[in-house]
Design a protein around this ligand. Sequence first.
Ligand code: PAF
Length: 281
Amino acid sequence: MKTETTIQGLSASLSPARSARKIIGFVPTMGNLHEGHLNLVREARKLCDVVVVSIFVNPIQFGPNEDFENYPRTLEQDSRLLADVGCDIVFAPTVEQMYGNKPRFTNISVSDITNDLCGLQRPGHFDGVAVVVTKLFNIVQPNFAFFGQKDYQQLAVIRQFVRDLNIPLEVIGVPITRAEDGLALSSRNGYLTEEQRKIAPTIFQSLKAAEQELHNGVSLVEVLENIKHTLTQVGFIVDYVEARTPELQKIEEFNQNVILFIAAKLGTTRLIDNLQVKQTV
Ligand code: PAF
């Protein structure tokens, strides 16, 4: 496995694969890798000849009071894990390599689907994601790019601008990887205290209970209220509990497939999760 830290170095490393028309798979990450990321790489490995993983903590997607400075940077450990799952090239650029030292005047802003859920609490976040992911797509020029469904809204935003801007690649969404107790894997789980870690799976448990209630005919409004109540009782500060169609449109009744979304804080750690509940009729 090679590690490249410059755009030029990465292009040189990829050049033989491009000339041989090999299928290039790309997994963008911010590092501090866990099984969820490794599953994205495993999926990429299945479909592609060459797998590139980027590790870049992108400053422009963090708000002023978010954890950019403290975000865990664990390149050595990440590299070992990536080598084990068959990554071919790690691209780990510096902020200067990605953004240069001249001002940036171009933004990429996806409307409508960024106006609520995480977009409400994290203004500018999805613009920052869209800019960095577009830059990375242009640098790597992959055939396929892999993203986790845990960040469902992010995945929808990326699919949208890829379609809107005719970016020539296919976006693959990979199901959420969970710990045995159901907690969706996330680098931010590492911020939880031992006590909070025990409480955190309540998010998934409340989603599964909601699924059951919906299938038993309980109204969507009541189901969402029940989730909020359960989470608040065990100590979460609920940011949102919402129901949307798979295309992220608002939905009032369970009359089609619905995705239940949760964002909630335990102490200072904000966790998100989602579950698709299918209409069985
Ligand atoms: O999901 C992430 O880790 C980041 O938002 C991404 C897609 C790597 C962009 O920085």
